[in-house]
Design a protein around this ligand. Structure first.
Ligand code: MIC
Ligand code: SF4
Length: 642
């Protein structure tokens, strides 16, 4: 049987395990990336491992999330990151150089290579034919140290594209259409490969938009072939030598094939508060808009920005709309400026923000109370914008500009002549904001600069054979990591300070949770399906662990979050009978006995204070069981586990 693209890359990087769906495969990782909000923790973990120099082909740390610097915290973290990376052989992309995924696509991504990143949108690299996974910081630290990255072998889905996008219909609309078809759970346990004759009409940045949003489907990752379009992009970035062709075999088999005809697509929009709440833009034409934000790792490429500039040229935005534009990288911003397009954006009345995540993660530009905000981003979870009752919609840059001009949600296909924007033959290359590490011979004496914001990594407890704990919180379906551990300007600066962050854990669902969890001692959380979707932030596991949570029982889990729970020493289990979810009430005292034997059998019995019993499933590999029994990956690693 022939192989899919992902299967070929996995086969070439397989260290142990096998490639049957559902079994555990250990992969050799060629490249790692971190961003600052998850990176401080990842490098603290790397330091604890005591490995002097990274063992990957390339490891790089980006600073793109926490760039506001409202107090000493961000600045201190940046200095820590710059110094710790220099010492250990990691490149450092300075604040302002751009959003990790955009810069990585431009300057470092290589077809056929494996990449893990401490950010859930790392699969953006699939746009250039990389097999790229989002992971928790600890998994990235282990990979930097030369350890394997473990995945549960996914199923293979193929999206077959035919036709060609009509003017003003975009790659973002393709992503939103797939979210409408599959939902935020539809990609769980699968790698999504994009193919069909339609892909030859999509540039690398457009492919990056699509692989970026595969994360919102819950997919393990997404990938495009590496073809002539990829070669041209790499050549324009001055690195044609990184090109290798990659395609699936003609007889490769897929578990599911989805056909999308690009020519028949319409502009789509995701309504509050979930990326899969998708309808046609035209159906919302009477909705008044307060704010429009263009940027994020989904839609901040030069190609996107040139289209935005062309649509804004000679026009003024509607007086009741506030428009922000955040170019994805310094390369994008400089090229916009050199060709005059930046002036067209500025002249329209837009506010140009730094090349960073910015409003996407609630770092400034929060909407007004109850405000309608159209964003070209990938997530519109409740409260993420920083305004609790903000109404955030996800759209393409074209829909964003059309709406900023009219003041109402506007289908861009109704507003003008087709745009004539093309990709440049040569990008402007200036990597001066990427600092190389110090040479190995100077590393030992290189200082690591730690400010007071860097607090100790919290300690987790090993499991004994039985656990008695209170069910401290019961939540519903699709709980995101933004519910568990919110981000935003108020909390993000404390990503290296777990005790402080813990005050905000589950703030959106129940602000009394931190105090109640602490008072309970050992605690259990019960969740619905797709618990922990969204971000890769391991804080959504480390903080509950710090607050005493020992086990989460849910109907199902998101991929990265379940790995983070295990790494933090929290036992994840699923209901054998999903109806049992309704029988458990918050406040119940639960006992789980025979933990070691139950884990080995993959099934545990939970008894509540009335004596009623519930079966829960915990299918784990021997490695995962040992990590849990040791109380988390760091303890396990210290005990010699890798
Ligand atoms: C996000 O988009 O939610 C983030 C912020 O980039 C996160 C990482 C984090 O929480 O630091 C992600 O997607 O993994
Ligand atoms: Fe940054 Fe937003 Fe992308 Fe996350 S989704 S990496 S916050 S731009």
């Amino acid at each position: 049987m022939g192989k899919t693209i992902a299967q070929k890359i996995i086969a070439a990087h397989l260290l142990s395990g096998d490639m049957t769906p559902g079994s555990e495969a250990a992969l050799r990782i060629d490249q790692t990336l971190t961003q600052d909000a998850t990176g401080t923790m990842a490098y603290l973990e790397f330091e604890t491992m005591g490995i002097p120099r990274v063992k990957t082909e390339l490891s790089i740390a980006y600073v793109d999330h926490n760039t506001l610097q409202c107090g000493f915290e961000n600045g201190d973290d940046h200095r820590y990151l710059q110094s710790v990376t220099a010492k250990h052989g990691v490149y450092f992309s300075r604040p302002g150089n751009g959003i990790c995924h955009q810069v990585h696509l431009e300057r470092f991504g290589k077809p056929g290579k494996t990449l893990i990143g401490s950010d859930s949108h790392t699969p953006t690299g699939g746009g250039i034919g990389m097999l790229a996974f989002g992971a928790g910081g600890l998994d990235v630290a282990v990979a930097m140290g030369g350890g394997a990255y473990y995945i549960t072998m996914p199923k293979m889905f193929k999206v077959n594209l035919t036709g060609k996008l009509r003017p003003y219909v975009t790659a973002k609309d393709v992503s939103l259409e797939l979210l409408r078809i599959l939902s935020v759970k539809g990609g769980v346990g699968a790698i999504i490969e994009w193919g069909g004759e339609g892909i030859s009409t999509l540039s690398v940045p457009e492919r990056g938009t699509i692989t970026n949003m595969g994360t919102e489907l819950g997919a393990t990752t997404s990938i495009f072939p590496s073809d002539e379009i990829t070669r041209q992009f790499l050549a324009a970035q001055g690195r044609e030598e990184d090109y290798v062709p990659l395609a699936s075999d003609p007889d490769a088999e897929y578990d599911r094939i989805i056909d999308i005809d690009l020519s028949s697509l319409k502009p789509m929009i995701a309504c509050p508060h979930s990326p899969d709440n998708v309808v046609e833009v035209a159906s919302l034409k009477d909705v008044k808009v307060d704010q429009v934000c263009i940027g994020s790792c989904t839609n901040s490429s030069l190609y996107d920005m040139l289209k935005v500039a062309a649509m804004l040229k000679g026009k003024t935005i509607h007086p009741s709309v506030s428009l922000s534009v955040s170019p994805g990288s310094r390369q994008v911003l400089t090229m916009l400026s050199d060709c005059g397009a930046l002036s067209d954006i500025l002249a329209s009345g837009a506010r140009v923000l730094e090349c960073a995540c910015g409003p996407c993660i609630g770092m400034g530009f929060s909407p007004n109370s109850g405000g309608v905000s159209l964003r070209t981003f990938n997530r519109n979870f409740l409260g993420r914008s920083g305004t609790k009752d903000g109404q955030v919609y996800l759209v393409s840059p074209e829909t964003a500009v059309a709406s900023a001009l009219t003041g109402y949600i506007t289908d861009p296909t109704t507003i003008g002549e087709p745009l004539n924007v093309t990709m440049p033959d040569k990008f402007l290359i200036n990597d001066s904001a990427v600092l190389p590490p110090v040479p190995a011979e100077e590393a030992e004496s290189a200082p690591v600069l730690r400010g007071p914001n860097i607090k100790e990594f919290p300690k987790s407890k090993p499991f004994t054979d039985s656990l008695s704990a209170e069910l401290v919180l019961k939540v519903g379906d699709n709980i995101t990591t933004d519910h568990i551990m919110p981000a935003g300007a108020k909390i993000l600066p404390y990503r290296s300070n777990i005790p402080y962050m813990s005050k905000f854990c589950f703030e959106v669902c129940d602000p009394t949770f931190p105090d109640r969890a602490k008072a309970a001692g050992d605690g259990i959380i019960v969740g619905g399906s797709n618990y922990g979707q969204g971000s890769s932030r391991e804080h959504a596991a480390l903080v509950p662990m710090y607050l005493g949570i020992r086990c989460v029982i849910a109907k199902s889990f998101a991929r990265i979050h379940i790995a983070n729970l295990i790494n933090a020493g929290i036992l994840p289990a699923t209901f054998e009978n999903p109806e049992d979810y309704d029988k458990l009430s918050q406040g119940a005292k639960l006992t789980i006995s025979d933990i070691a034997a139950g884990m080995e059998a993959g099934r545990l019995t939970v008894t509540d204070d009335t004596g009623a019993q519930y079966q829960v499933i915990c299918n784990m590999t021997p490695r995962q069981r040992s990590i849990l029994m040791a109380g988390g990956l760091l303890n396990y690693t210290k005990e010699g586990g890798i």
